[in-house]
Design a binder for this molecule. Sequence first.
Ligand code: PBG
Length: 335
Amino acid sequence: MQRKINQSNFPFLRGRRIRNSSWIRNLTSEEGLNKNDLIQPIFVKEDNDKEELIEKMPGIKRYSISSLAKEIEEIINLGIRAVALFPKIDQKLKTINGDEAINPENLICKTLKFLRSEFPELGVICDVALDPYTISGHDGVLDQNGNIDNDKSLEILSEMSINLANAGCEILAPSDMMDGRIRTIREQLEKNKFPNVCLMSYSAKFCSNFYGPFRNALGNEKNLGLSSKKTYQLNFKNRIESLKEAELDINEGADILMIKPAGYYLDIIREIKNISYLPVAAFQVSGEYSMIKLSVEQQLFNYEEIVLESLNCIKRSGADMIFSYFSKEAAKWIS
Ligand code: PBG
């Protein structure tokens, strides 16, 4: 394909000819955001937990199973085909090793069973990581010295995965960033006769400030305190290391690769898309949501236009699917 443009050919070449009216801009537009690309994250809570509103994520709520059906119906009617569940776990249920994660009757399993039976066509993605369940707020478990015990974490994370698969989860999203988790979870899924469960691996999950509001939503800000996830999540300066992590996950049996956060990491999305045959997901995280939401409240931007720009740019960078707290609204605007 000839892609060379000779600047000196002006005025014969005028780029604006294909931007001069709306119909020609539409004819020449490259692929944009589609409703099928959108995934809505959903925060769930126990029925007796009255904390519905999330202080640091205006407009986003936590749902209990009894209030979930109406929201899911709306989401499905808007044309969104998948949701991702994140639980706010009662502090009393948190333990050193996050045992609640492997309880077959835990909040996520109950929600999952409800959704699978009421909305069988809906894709339900479940996070695999221990942070909602551990007292430390870490994604893995700690050894006596307070360091992450990678291999012990793998055992619990794969038990957690089987627990979710037993409750009907068809797509698991390990977000813990332990070494070897995709391979270990894949082996356990095979052993337990879940050959078709899909692994959407958070391959390039950076240690990001943009997760702050999410921890508020899960109610585990205090658990993590000043401790950081730097020994397992990636350094945001590192591009090449993120490619290595993606390649490891491909070799270990991932079906979809995820990059997170999204908006400030578009270069990473593009590069991972270019090196892999796997579909790529991007997660526009809580901090990205709240920054836009709060600045729109301050009337800095037009809500619809800024949100659709943020999502279309993520799409353009190479994401096949996008997790976004704006999914519902974006789906409305697209149609
Ligand atoms: C937990 C997890 C996090 C997010 C998704 N899964 C937070 C973290 O790693 O601390 C962040 C999502 C968001 O900010 O919207 N493993």
